[in-house]
Design a protein around this ligand. Structure first.
Ligand SMILES: Nc1nc2c(c(=O)[nH]1)N[C@H]1C(S)=C(S)[C@@H](COP(=O)(O)O)O[C@H]1N2
Ligand SMILES: [Mo]
Length: 539
């Protein structure tokens, strides 16, 4: 407590708030502000809140530029970590504002306003945010934050009261000259604690409720009631495979097991009722179609393996699914591609873009505006209501999810999302093979042991798989059946395992006659290379 500096000796010391109470007030008020922002976002049914908009901005602006981080960034856990980071930083800033308010109270409301401005700016510039939603959410956050701060500040401020000195029962103990009444400052600690706890609980429940509302898979219900049309043609997986080995990747990847890669902090929940797909740019007759119109068009079902450029040798960012959709060429024919339109750019509702050569859509390969995966409408995570699937191209240059427009432009005029972030403009999938069985560091018994895995060169096809154990010769493996050259192939080799430590390597040769290079390269900037190997011990 500060000693009185001026005035009469009996004056009450100027009421100051303890550092701890000030920090606590700022911390809780920041939490209230964040919660109010989430609540407002849920109330106006905005795809972004101030927090997620700042997170999305962060992804687009900084993190993606660090290639190493970018490879991992897309994992869902990292997205949670990013949101947690933003919340923690905000709460710390709240503490700083609380402490600053001890010197100049106005610092707190000004700080909250600045805070809100950042959130509003991020939301209004986000492809999934609107300026009006941004203003509503930021205003709710700032007003609630300042109100909560003001309330806690009042509760924390010592109040001056005058009390009667305690009456000591033994008269001799009463010093001479004790005044009849003294003035003291007290802090009602109970009220302050009740205030902080109450606000913290309210903020916590509001956040929890808003998060549930905002992350709800609203697409799930629509998907259930969607009846898929019958495709004109189906290139379906073979009914059976010639071999199986425990641990071998299934030929068709179950939708739930399919890898997921995207920059979206929250999976876009696109209501097909309000969705249209536009074909525009360098075309003779631009047009837009609704979800029902897309489903009414003649469709095909194709089995296609797609892969992420970030996949490491031996990695699992690759999957094979049966995709149903409208051939991209049918939509392009209807629009009439102009001469010189050398690039097709898919744009997502979340602002993501991917561009690939127009030639890829017209050279006869499988290129679809897909709306179904493995016999069901696309799940939200995989791009509902529609996405692109182009055989032979990495996802980052082709497979735009939550597709909103297809724009024809020139190769030079536009770079997709990942290109300015250091990834190659062209992204043909590199011929690749992977060992699934045995697992790394497996301990095997001597005798017959399966060596098996998958290999892929979508749009080209795999010609031959060879396996090498230690320094032995390359032995050709048996290949499984495929739906087409758009998919991976399972391979298998019966190995007579001999005791000792062994290194097993695999390499694929594709239908062009190209054999995978042994040269190890990282995924950046245009896909990993090298032979996958497994080290095992045989006893
Ligand atoms: N809208 C959008 N579409 C996107 C992406 C994205 O970040 N946003 N990522 C692309 C990348 S890098 C890949 S590898 C594939 C992955 O598709 P999947 O998640 O269905 O496996 O989606 C592509 N489509
Ligand atoms: Mo990717």
């Amino acid at each position: 407590m500060q000693p009185p500096t001026t005035g009469r000796p009996t004056e009450v010391p100027s009421p100051t708030i303890s550092r701890r109470a000030a920090a606590m007030s700022g911390f809780v008020a920041a939490g209230v502000a964040l919660a109010a922002g989430e609540l407002a976002a849920a109330a106006v049914d905005s795809a972004q809140s101030p927090v997620t908009a700042v997170g999305s901005e962060f992804i687009d602006r900084f993190a993606a530029r660090l290639k190493e981080l970018a490879v991992r960034l897309f994992g869902t856990n990292d997205k949670k970590a990013l949101v947690t980071g933003i919340v923690v930083v905000s709460l710390i800033l709240g503490i700083v504002l609380g402490l600053a308010a001890r010197r100049r109270w106005i610092a707190a409301p000004l700080g909250f306003a600045a805070f809100g401005a950042v959130g509003a700016w991020a939301m209004s510039t986000d492809p999934q945010g609107t300026t009006s939603d941004a203003v509503i959410c930021a205003a709710a956050a700032v007003l609630s934050g300042v109100a909560a701060f003001g309330l806690l500040w009042r509760l924390a401020r010592p109040s001056a009261i005058s009390i009667r000195p305690p009456q000591d029962p033994s008269p001799s103990a009463t010093p001479v000259g004790t005044p009849a009444r003294i003035r003291q400052t007290i802090v009602d600690r109970r009220a302050f604690l009740a205030g902080t706890a109450g606000l913290a609980v309210v903020a916590g429940s509001a956040t929890a409720w808003s998060r549930r509302v905002r992350s709800a898979d609203t697409v799930a219900a629509v998907r259930r009631s969607t009846v898929l049309p019958r495709p004109r043609r189906s290139t379906l997986p073979p009914a059976s495979q010639p071999f199986d080995a425990p641990g071998l990747t299934p030929y068709v990847t179950a939708t739930d097991d399919f890898y997921r890669i995207d920059t979206a902090l929250l999976t876009p929940q696109v209501d097909p009722a309000g969705w249209i797909l536009s074909l525009k740019g360098m075309v003779d007759s631009p047009f837009s179609i609704t979800y029902d119109e897309l489903l009414a068009m003649e469709s095909v079902e194709e089995t296609v393996t797609i892969q992420c450029v970030s996949n490491e040798v031996g990695g699992h960012l690759v999957g094979n699914a049966v995709w149903q959709g409208v051939p991209l060429s049918a939509l392009l024919d209807r629009a009439g591609v102009r001469d010189g339109a050398t690039q097709i750019v898919g744009r997502s509702v979340d602002g993501f873009t991917a561009g690939f050569p127009t030639a890829a859509a017209l050279d006869g390969r499988t290129a679809l505006v897909a709306y179904a995966m493995n016999g069901e409408p696309l799940p939200a995570d995989h791009g509902f209501p529609a996405r692109l699937v182009v055989s032979g191209l990495y996802g980052y240059v082709s497979a735009t999810k939550w597709l909103e427009s297809i724009e024809l432009t020139t190769w030079e005029d536009f770079d997709g999302y990942w290109v300015p972030r250091g990834w190659s403009k062209e992204g043909p999938i590199k011929t690749m093979s992977r060992i699934d069985v045995p697992s790394n560091d497996a301990e095997l018994v001597a005798g017959p042991q399966p060596i098996a895995g998958v290999a892929w060169a979508p749009n080209i096809g795999i010609e031959r798989i060879e396996v090498q154990v230690d320094d032995g010769g390359w032995i050709e493996a048996e290949l499984g059946r495929t739906a087409s050259d758009d998919t991976w192939v399972q391979w298998h080799l019966a190995w007579d395992a001999t005791p000792g430590r062994h290194r097993i390597q695999v390499r694929a040769t594709d239908a062009t006659g190209y054999t995978q290079t042994a040269v190890r390269a990282d995924p950046a900037p245009d896909g990993a290379t090298g032979w996958h190997f497994r080290d095992v011990t045989v006893a």
